[in-house]
Design a protein around this ligand. Structure first.
Ligand SMILES: CSCCC(=O)C(=O)COP(=O)(O)O
Ligand code: MG
Length: 234
């Protein structure tokens, strides 16, 4: 008999949604819009705060044009840096508002999240994308506005996704014991950290995102599924 699940915590990229949407649509959009965005908004305190974080990490005072280049380099490297993620979220707001794109969500993920919520299980999101970016993503998904399904949002301001302490902090703020929270992710190291914190884990190994299925040692003992439809929480 499997342990009870009283809350579900899910990753986004590679789990509810395809990696290619993030890499081929969202990242290029942010990369291209970044220079104009910084030029227009650099004096907005919400933007300045993060530009200064990047400047400080690059040896202190540097011009915004240099900061833009650093950020574009981080996009190319897929750095999960909190400052980059916060700025990306602000830029994507325009893309969603002008309907340049909607956020990809696998139909099985949308269907399962809707069903679990209807059955009374609270749902939470933990992603490297900033909380505002997560809200935009779920608010403008291919399946419509799904934000009403989500009871709480967590990003790397709570800590890195490969650190057990982050999951302990999330569990402490969710009204459920860690052992009854199920974390779904495509990244084994994230699942390792969640398991260390006492959460239940499932590796979501989507063939569209990971053409070489991960079996045996590659799963590091985490239960593996290829779709949310295989995840039973009742
Ligand atoms: C939800 S914002 C777009 C995705 C993103 O920028 C990202 O880094 C997602 O990483 P995840 O932790 O969801 O794998
Ligand atoms: Mg992921």
């Amino acid at each position: 008999m499997s342990a009870p699940v009283s809350a579900v915590l899910t990753d986004i990229e590679g789990t509810t949604s395809s990696i290619s949407f993030v890499k081929d649509v969202l990242f290029p959009y942010a990369r291209k819009a970044l220079p104009g965005f910084v030029k227009a908004r650099a004096q907005d305190p919400a933007v300045r705060k993060w530009l200064d974080v990047v400047a400080t990490e690059n040896g202190g005072v540097c011009q915004d044009a240099v900061v833009v280049e650093v950020l574009q380099g981080w996009i190319d490297q897929d750095r999960k840096h909190t400052a980059l993620k916060a700025l990306q979220g602000m830029i994507w707001a325009d893309g969603y508002a002008t309907a340049d794109f909607t956020a990809h969500i696998y139909p099985d993920a949308a269907e399962s999240l809707q069903r679990w919520k209807a059955e009374g299980t609270p749902l939470y999101v933990y992603s490297s994308g900033s909380v505002p970016a997560q809200r935009l993503f779920f608010g403008h998904s291919d399946a419509g506005d799904l934000t009403h399904l989500i009871s709480g949002w967590f990003d790397t301001e709570v800590g890195g996704k490969r650190e057990a302490g982050s999951y302990r902090s999330i569990a402490a703020s969710i009204d459920a014991p860690a052992s009854e929270i199920l974390f779904l992710s495509d990244v084994v190291e994230e699942l390792d950290a969640a398991r260390k914190a006492g959460l239940q884990t499932v590796l979501v190994d989507r063939l569209e995102d990971y053409p070489q299925p991960r079996h045996g040692d590659a799963t590091n003992g985490h239960r593996r599924v290829e779709s949310f439809a295989e995840v039973a929480i009742g």
